[in-house]
Design a binder for this molecule. Structure first.
Ligand SMILES: Nc1ncnc2c1ncn2[C@@H]1O[C@H](COP(=O)(O)OP(=O)(O)OP(=O)(O)O)[C@@H](O)[C@H]1O
Ligand SMILES: CC(C)(CO)[C@@H](O)C(=O)NCCC(=O)O
Ligand SMILES: [K+]
Length: 238
């Protein structure tokens, strides 16, 4: 059994890989006892493989929990090529480990061109061509971060919960609709670069995905957690 870990900027997600029924969970950075409980209750874990973009503090805390059970987490680092994906970032190691794992997860379930979108704390929109080349991608503030940026840098814009509208007629609706349209617009614009490729589709995941999925006019496949899928694929080969 392998414990796969996606340590993001807001939450840590995990999945036990190799169990008859999948076990998944998530916690905030300051609630790592939930992950510790998984380690305590699952004696059959022989490896821990993770993607950490939350910094060395979080990585170190998970390492400490692992060490108490005699384990060391293996944190993946993006390389130039792995599991059929070629990383065309100018400095391959600069790419976020979560993006790299998600691209590998995407490639292993969709052998055509695809746009890999993860809508979390940040939103990333990554281009994968039919040959498995990661051509490049975008980093945007996530939906919640966009809303917070407006609230904290203006006098008249509150942090309020609006509704999406194509023609917003209140401040709260205008803010939320603006943030969702920005995300959807960026996705649609990036998709144009691969839309003529056979079988091209957008794989969309992350906590904010459902907030703008319905705005997208392109072939979309909702995915649960491509980062964890990719980590499972990486574990097979290493
Ligand atoms: N019910 C909801 N409606 C709309 N958006 C939501 C909802 N719940 C979460 N979100 C959005 O999801 C984002 C968090 O997504 P997710 O849970 O995938 O990421 P995360 O795990 O917090 O991110 P990271 O992987 O970067 O730590 C928030 O920034 C917020 O925009
Ligand atoms: C963009 C995020 C924050 C998304 O989680 C993460 O992948 C990250 O910190 N990336 C490093 C920078 C980069 O991917 O170019
Ligand atoms: K940062």
């Amino acid at each position: 059994m392998i414990l796969l870990i996606d340590a993001g900027n807001t939450r840590i997600k995990w999945r036990l890989h190799g169990t008859p029924t999948p076990v998944e969970g998530a916690c905030e950075h300051d609630q790592l006892e939930a992950l510790d409980a998984v380690l305590a209750e699952t004696p059959g874990i022989r490896r821990m493989i993770g993607a950490n973009v939350a910094g060395p503090g979080v990585g170190g805390q998970i390492g400490t929990l692992a060490a108490q059970r005699g384990m060391t987490p293996e944190w993946i680092t993006p390389d130039a090529e792995r599991c059929g994906v070629r990383n065309l970032y100018r400095q391959p190691a600069q790419l976020g480990a979560d993006r790299w794992a998600a691209l590998i997860g995407a490639r292993s379930q969709h052998p055509h061109a695809c746009l890999v979108v993860m809508a979390g704390t940040a939103t990333t929109i990554d281009l994968l061509d039919a040959a498995g080349d990661f051509l490049g991608g975008l980093i945007l503030p996530g939906v919640a971060l966009m809303q917070r940026a407006l609230a904290s840098n203006t006098a008249q814009l509150p942090l309020a919960s609006g509704q999406f509208s194509p023609t917003p007629r209140s401040t709260a609706d205008a803010i939320l609709s603006g943030c969702l349209q920005a995300q959807a617009g960026a996705v649609e614009r990036m998709f144009r670069q691969i839309e003529s490729s056979a079988g091209a589709c957008c794989l969309l995941g992350g906590g904010a995905a459902d907030a703008f999925a319905s705005l997208l006019s392109l072939p979309v496949q909702r995915v649960d957690n491509l980062v964890l899928d990719g980590l499972a694929r990486i574990a097979q080969d290493s």
